[in-house]
Ligand binder design. Structure first.
Ligand SMILES: N[C@@H](CCC(=O)N[C@@H](CS)C(=O)NCC(=O)O)C(=O)O
Length: 209
């Protein structure tokens, strides 16, 4: 059985979990709770992923896959027809999906670092970093709001999953930002298309240690 180094709170792991549910493969993977923290590298993960990051997928023969993009593409290919809905074959559609995936992943990378900085004591924070993260967050929300038609036109593909996970991470860790006010059409897409999807409902972040 494949093994997924997993956490109930990681937005990158959530992408993989949604793909597993969407492609009917949730039962094919054993979830291994693997704590990671930037300041406390989990040495047990090194043999499978020297970057010590989640998600990491270990195949039946011991070969490991990272990062979330590679894992999602592997799972989509493994699911044949059902996987094609996630990464369309049409070159133009595929490029749209890959760009949305890059934007959602980059947004989550920035938000993880933003959260690290926000969680420091005030004396240790770097104000220029905080304002740069705030600016990128605002710019990304404005960009997504302006391009919401691309989300409306696509299906529930890898672009939608990645952007949806980034927005739900904002809800989870940055509730104070009130992003819906800045991006009302994006908020409508998130509510109507993403949040109500069964694969999204069953992968809600969980505070269990
Ligand atoms: N590009 C990676 C990012 C993964 C990532 O940043 N994972 C976080 C958890 S949400 C992590 O493992 N952080 C621990 C660390 O950076 O040391 C992916 O797409 O999988």
């Amino acid at each position: 059985m494949m093994k997924l180094h997993w956490s109930p709170r990681s937005p990158f792991v959530r992408k993989v979990m949604i793909v597993l549910h969407e492609t009917g493969q949730a039962e094919a993977v054993e979830l291994v709770r693997t704590p990671v923290a930037m300041a406390e590298p989990n040495l047990s993960l090194i043999p499978d992923n020297p970057l010590i990051k989640l998600p990491t997928l270990v195949l039946d023969d011991g070969y490991s896959l990272f990062d979330s993009r590679v894992i999602c593409e592997y799972l989509a290919t493994r699911a044949a027809e059902r996987g094609l809905a996630l990464f369309p074959a049409d070159p133009q559609q595929r490029l749209r999906v890959l760009r949305q995936q890059a934007l959602g992943d980059g947004f989550m990378d920035a938000l993880l670092l933003y959260r690290q900085e926000r969680n420091k004591t005030e004396e240790r924070q770097t104000p220029a970093w905080l304002s740069a993260f705030a600016l990128k967050t605002e710019a990304t929300l404005n960009f997504l709001q302006a391009n919401v038609s691309a989300l409306d036109q696509g299906g529930f593909d890898m672009g939608a999953i990645t952007i949806g996970c980034a927005l739900s991470y904002l809800d989870y860790r940055f509730a104070d930002l009130d992003w819906r006010q800045r991006a009302p059409d994006l908020a409508r897409w998130h509510a109507d298309v993403f949040v109500c999807r069964p694969s999204v409902v069953c992968t809600e972040p969980d505070e269990t240690p």
